[in-house]
Design a protein around this ligand. Structure first.
Ligand code: ADP
Ligand code: ASP
Ligand code: MG
Length: 323
């Protein structure tokens, strides 16, 4: 039995036909290394945002059930297009909706939790040598109604499928070639992190770094699935999120709301030098704090007023780039 790889491609990676071709090339390269391939895709580009605003133009009180019925279509369009393309390129592929793929959730429309996955259809297609392309972010509840998993939920579909299929790894491909110390699209002097613990990634996501869906990290940790964040558009080595034992460098900064900054790293509570440096920056910049929380793996500061992005750059230079 060949090993299975799960590959997830986010909205910006599948935005148009040109990008779908790059995605198909990436899939084929991995398939040719003799793996069973399960692909999870998001809706193309800004499709989900567009569908939400179109629904809200029709009604101020869109029922969650109907919103899910609408939004799930976004992901399905991508599965069908990618399957059409791969078949055209001479590879056997099949598109499956969340429910065809046996993804069962609870009844919480708009924020459903995956309860179990019935693998019979996926396994049947894999045994026939097909690349199985599954719509992310969606499932079906006990009433056979479509549900969605919350914004960014395709990551969770991918890691949950990896767990169910006993996959070796779960690749999350996006427009960034890994997880950086802070959002590379917003800040300067950022560094790519070759590895992160589940705990650190979980802290980053819960503090508001919108790069991976929070719940996918919990599933990865529970089932010990290494999650690899890489770019769809190049072959640079990315970030591996897995178990890391005993490591205590400061990893990242998240500025979630305008007045809240979190600094994340295993065992940061014992890093006296970093804590002193941080206090120095705050004094030097004459910033007024409302609350300072120093926990095992993160420091969270809430300031009295809006904090400039420049402060994040400063913390990055004095705490991360020197450690
Ligand atoms: P996808 O549409 O593929 O799911 P997302 O937009 O959800 O991709 O996540 C990728 C984005 O996450 C990047 O474009 C980047 O701006 C943002 N991001 C936020 N924080 C980080 C970080 N620390 N490292 C890398 N990317 C980050
Ligand atoms: N399409 C959904 C969203 O935009 C799910 C996802 O992209 O993961 O939130
Ligand atoms: Mg995402």
């Amino acid at each position: 039995m060949m090993d299975t790889m799960v590959l997830k491609f986010g909205g910006s990676s599948v935005a148009d036909n040109e990008k779908l071709k790059l995605v198909a090339d990436k899939i084929i390269k991995i398939k040719n290394k003799k793996y069973n391939i399960v692909v999870v895709v998001s809706a193309q580009g800004k499709t989900t945002d567009k569908l939400i605003s179109e629904a809200k133009e029709l009604s101020n009180e869109v029922k969650d059930r109907e919103m899910d019925a609408l939004l799930s279509i976004g992901e399905q369009i991508t599965t069908a297009k990618l399957s059409i393309l791969l078949n055209e390129m001479g590879y056997k592929a099949i598109s499956l909706t969340g429910w065809q793929a046996g993804i069962y959730t609870d009844n919480t429309n708009q924020n459903a939790t995956i309860k179990h996955i019935n693998l019979s259809r996926i396994n049947k297609e894999l045994e026939e040598g097909k690349i199985v392309i599954i719509a992310g972010f969606q499932g079906i509840n006990e009433n056979m109604d479509v549900t969605t998993l919350g914004r960014g939920g395709s990551d969770t579909t991918a890691v949950a499928l990896s767990a169910a299929l006993n996959a070796k790894k779960c690749y999350i491909f996006s427009d960034v070639d890994g997880i950086y110390t802070t959002d590379p699209n917003k800040y300067n002097n950022v560094k790519k992190l070759p590895e992160l613990s589940y705990e650190e990634m979980h802290e980053m996501s819960s503090e508001g770094a919108k790069v991976l869906h929070n719940r996918c990290i919990e599933i990865g940790e529970k089932f010990k699935i290494p999650i690899i964040a890489e770019s769809t558009f190049n072959d640079n080595s990315g970030t591996v999120i897995s178990d890391i034992i005993e490591e205590n460098t400061i990893k990242s900064i998240v500025k979630s709301e305008t007045s809240r900054i979190s600094i994340i790293g295993n065992g940061i509570i014992r890093n006296v030098k970093a804590i002193k440096n941080l206090i120095n920056i705050i004094e030097r910049e004459k910033l007024e704090m409302l609350e300072l929380l120093i926990l095992e793996n993160k420091i969270v500061i809430t300031f009295k007023a809006v904090v400039d992005n420049r402060i994040v750059d400063r913390i990055q230079e004095e705490l991360i780039n020197v450690s």
